[in-house]
Design a protein around this ligand. Structure first.
Ligand SMILES: [Zn+2]
Ligand SMILES: [Zn+2]
Length: 447
């Protein structure tokens, strides 16, 4: 958007606020028009100032200040991580008479990715690491989520006559690992604040053009488990393998065997991934080491499938070690990470309600069937804590529609979340997000 247009929109905003606040009631489009320049500015500011997981000090302060300004009762620095560190969670409550309690959640953290978009508002933030510097970038688009969230907060506060109930807005830290949702839930989110009847959220998607959204009932994102395996053999001289139990050979057999969990044991219609992402053992050509270490990521779409896959990993690991002659007291050590997250399963009753609101707000032609993906989200955890509320997340199209069309014709994919080249188109993505989310929230809190 050029300066001229920004200035015109800015003037339009002033005129709307000064002259016709009451007349604009009910006209969400007019309200969005009068704010969109601010929101695009907000987005660019957030994009230029990313903070890594569990370090969202300034970002959460910005959210808290803006939410307070539009009338929410705000608690910040809410949540505690497993290591005792305080989380930068934000909880903003707007009570508006009788009715259900709706939670709307955004995430706030960025990623250690060096931005390569060439945008004028690209992040220049760098983080020092022991082996050099790494860039920090909102490569997952959580800046877009926050912008839509703040826009929705303002719209809901300005249209209190249209809904009744309690709106709770959650600014969640540390979505990208480190356990931000868990930190907020463990600190008593559902006890210290009104208990949710529904929890909704959105996530941007490069697979959809800006201006559209995507819906999907059922599993939307996979559950993710990290598994560490230590194979304990008996080391010795590389020239005398007969006097050892070689953990590298056991580990190599295991890597191949693990491939059969997906290819031979799993229902081909149930998406499952088992990846060995790290395999470390040994120090030198002629030494057989004592141990080998494997690190796996496991992605599953249902709790039952998760249990099956984890059980298969254990059975194969123990079995292959035993077959190699490893005694029971040196059996492999298998650890499943405590920060695992379950699959994000969009509630079967809530999702069609949200989708109907999106269709009403955006027109059916802009509401597309969305595809599940094997990435994961700790948004899933909001459904696990009592009162176990129904949850639903929709995809917010983020790609430039022209580039999207071009890529589609070529059968190519545009850079998406976690890519250094991921560049959402702020307008119309923000407009679409705010309009869709505000309408969904208003409908769920129907008078
Ligand atoms: Zn991400
Ligand atoms: Zn994300």
């Amino acid at each position: 958007m050029n300066r001229q247009r920004l200035r015109i929109l800015g003037m339009a905003a002033l005129l709307t606020v000064v002259v016709i606040p009451a007349a604009a009631q009910g006209n969400l489009d007019a309200r969005i028009d009068s704010n969109i320049a601010d929101w695009v500015g907000n987005y660019k500011f957030l994009h230029e100032h990313p903070e890594l997981s569990a370090e969202e000090k300034e970002t959460s302060a910005l959210l808290a200040a803006q939410l307070k300004k539009v009338g929410y009762q705000v608690t910040d620095h809410f949540g505690q991580y497993q290591d005792g560190k305080t989380a930068y969670g934000v909880v903003a409550v707007l009570r508006n008479g009788n009715g259900p309690t709706l939670y709307v959640r955004t995430d706030m953290d960025a990623l250690p990715v060096t931005e390569n978009t060439g945008l004028s508002y690209a992040s220049k933030v760098r983080e020092k690491r022991p082996n050099g510097e790494v860039g920090v970038m909102h490569a997952c688009g959580h800046d877009l989520h926050m912008t839509v969230f703040l826009g929705t907060a303002k719209m809901m506060a300005e249209t209190k006559d249209k809904w009744s109930g309690t709106l709770v807005l959650i600014g969640q830290p540390a979505e990208e690992g480190y356990g931000g949702a868990e930190a907020m839930l463990r600190a008593g989110l559902y006890d210290k604040f009104p208990r949710p009847d529904y929890v909704i959220a959105l996530h941007d998607s490069a697979a959809l053009p800006a201006g559209t959204v995507g819906w999907h009932a059922g599993p939307l994102l996979a559950g993710a488990d990290s598994v560490d395996i230590t194979i304990r053999g008996f080391g010795g001289h590389g020239a005398m393998p007969n006097a050892t139990k070689d953990p590298i050979v056991i580990g190599a057999e295991l890597v191949v065997a693990l491939q059969t969990i997906v290819s031979r044991e799993s229902d081909p219609l149930t998406p499952t991934v088992v990846t060995v992402g790290s395999f470390h053992a040994g120090t030198k050509h002629n030494i057989i080491p004592d141990e080998a270490h494997l690190q796996l990521t496991v992605r599953t779409m249902t709790p039952a499938q998760r249990e099956r896959v984890l059980a298969s990993i254990k059975r194969m690991t123990d079995g292959i070690a035993e077959a190699a002659g490893i005694p029971a007291e040196r059996a492999p050590i298998i650890e499943v990470s405590k920060t695992s997250v379950p699959a994000t399963i969009n509630d079967a009753a809530l999702t069609p309600r949200v989708t109907a609101s999106l269709e009403k707000a955006l027109g059916k032609e802009h509401v597309w069937p969305g595809e599940p993906i094997m990435a994961s989200e700790d948004f899933s955890l909001f459904a696990r804590e009592d009162p176990k509320p129904p949850i639903s997340m929709f995809w917010l199209g983020a790609s430039d529609p022209e580039k999207w069309k071009e890529a589609k014709q070529k059968g190519a994919r545009l850079p998406g979340p976690h890519s250094s080249e991921f560049a959402p188109l702020p307008e119309p993505a923000i407009r679409t997000g705010v309009k869709g989310m505000t309408t969904a929230a208003t409908d769920l809190l129907q008078k």
